[in-house]
Design a protein around this ligand. Structure first.
Ligand code: GAP
Length: 442
């Protein structure tokens, strides 16, 4: 963000750009929307998939000690009893305004507030509200058919623990990773895609011997920092919050929240928790299935402890967009661009014919476009003048624009490659373009 961009309206600008350029739309919009639901559009889904693929590549494919899974969203409801989610462990304190009927999380209001922040009406006493979405399996909607949409991806890693050790025979320490949707009936969703009722998580349960938990907690703290660096978040905007006793989730013996300076303030981006053997122990007791790990070197059988690094996908997107939204001045005009790291940008390159009505230019540009497309995500644009096309690509964060002009056809078979951030333009031989971009994108 430059000085020209006030923090207060940065969020409005990001939301507006997301809508205008097909990143994020309000959900169910033609029906007047649905409170705080959002749809990812053509550009948003590319950015999101790039983030998820990079995460999977980094933490699953890039490691020898990680197993990936993709479990069902609706699981046996006994799981949520064993995990503590059906009890007060997964509930937020809710208050209602007696006058305007608005509902708030009392822990989000200043301490001891008994007055509605909106209309100054009197607030009710706090009541605990369970965040899990309920549904019914089959045609009869009674208690025996009750099920829940998962409120975190984590539990599947514990429930599938035995299947993983029986089939993959991992050596401790090892992890199980999953990414996917989670649902929480949040009392006060808000701040665009920051807090929604349906969101995606990327989670790891890393199983260790109890004596090693501190070492691996520090190790994963560092791995999470490296990830944030990889996706371009600046370290001075990231802060550790050591969550004190009494405020941690019911399962955690130590939690560090990674807070990020979002345009609307410093808020939780990710977290890491030491869940000890809370989950495996409870699932072993409730299911009656032995979930102990057998170490064939030492002959020990024991319940591993677990370190859980957890990453919200939608908050990652929001942090990346906040970080990369930039305004500068070009030829006396404000230019808006997304300074996205190339590795996650929706398009890596855009190809233009200088003039859309000159068949030789279009043909040559198409040839280049089709060739590049085999290897990287490429945009095609032949609308309006070159300046407008650059602005359009800048706004969606395309790092390189390639223009085919008359020199390409008539003179030396070179094209112009323009850099989003430096605005530098370089002439590159068409035959060497792929290699040139390959190097840049690497
Ligand atoms: N398994 C641990 C767990 O679920 P959490 O702190 O409740 O921990 C993990 O959630 C991450 O999921 C958060 O750090 C955040 O990035 C994301 N998250 C949680 N609730 C969210 C919501 N309502 N909307 C968007 N993202 C959310």
């Amino acid at each position: 963000m430059t000085d020209k961009t006030e923090k207060s309206d940065l969020m409005d600008k990001i939301v507006s750009l997301c809508k205008r350029r097909g990143f994020v739309f309000p959900g169910s919009e033609i029906y007047g929307g649905l409170a705080n639901s959002w749809d990812y559009g053509p550009l948003g889904v590319e950015l999101k998939n790039n983030i998820k693929n990079l995460w999977w590549k980094t933490f699953v494919h890039g490691r020898d000690d990680m197993q990936g899974i993709d479990a069902a969203l609706i699981m046996n409801p006994k799981i949520w009893e064993a995990s503590g989610h059906t009890t007060a462990g997964f509930a937020d304190p809710m208050v209602d305004c007696k006058k305007c009927k608005k509902r708030f999380r009392s822990d989000h209001l200043p301490e001891d507030t008994k007055i509605c922040p909106d209309c100054k009406g009197e607030l009710t006493e706090p009541r605990m509200f369970n965040l899990m979405f309920r549904t019914f399996i089959g045609p009869v909607e009674d208690e025996s058919a009750l099920a829940y949409l998962r409120p975190e991806t984590a539990q599947a890693m514990f429930v599938d623990f035995k299947n993983i050790i029986d089939t993959m025979h991992p050596k401790i320490p090892f992890g199980i990773a999953q990414m996917g949707r989670a649902f929480r009936n949040e009392i006060t969703p808000g701040n665009f895609i920051f807090r929604t009722r349906e969101f995606e998580q990327m989670e790891i349960e890393y199983f260790v011997r109890e004596k090693d938990w501190q070492e691996f907690f520090e190790y994963w703290l560092d791995q999470m920092h490296q990830w944030m660096d990889l996706i371009g978040l600046s370290s001075d905007k990231i802060h550790h919050l050591e969550v004190p006793d009494g405020e941690r989730a019911h399962y955690s013996k130590r939690t560090v929240d990674f807070e990020y300076d979002f345009p609307f303030g410093r808020k939780e981006l990710y977290g890491i928790a030491y869940r000890a053997d809370f989950d495996l122990k409870n699932h072993m007791e409730q299911s009656g299935v032995d979930l102990r790990y057998f170490d064939d070197m030492s002959g020990e059988r024991f319940l591993p402890h677990v370190i859980e690094p957890t990453f919200g996908v939608d908050r990652t997107l929001l942090a990346v967009l906040s970080e990369s939204y930039t305004e500068d001045e070009v030829n006396g005009e404000i230019r808006t661009y997304l300074k996205l790291p190339t590795i996650i940008a929706p398009y890596k390159v855009a190809v233009f014919p200088l003039l859309a009505n000159k068949p030789q230019l279009v043909e040559k540009a198409r040839e280049i476009y089709n060739d590049l497309k085999l290897e990287m995500r490429v945009a095609w644009d032949d609308g309006g003048n070159i300046g407008k096309r650059y602005r359009r690509q800048d706004e969606i964060g395309t790092p390189y624009c390639v223009t085919v002009d008359f020199d390409t056809i008539e003179k030396d078979d070179t094209v112009t490659v323009r850099d989003r951030d430096t605005l530098e333009q370089t002439r590159v031989r068409a035959s060497e373009l792929k290699n040139y971009l390959r190097e840049k994108i690497k």
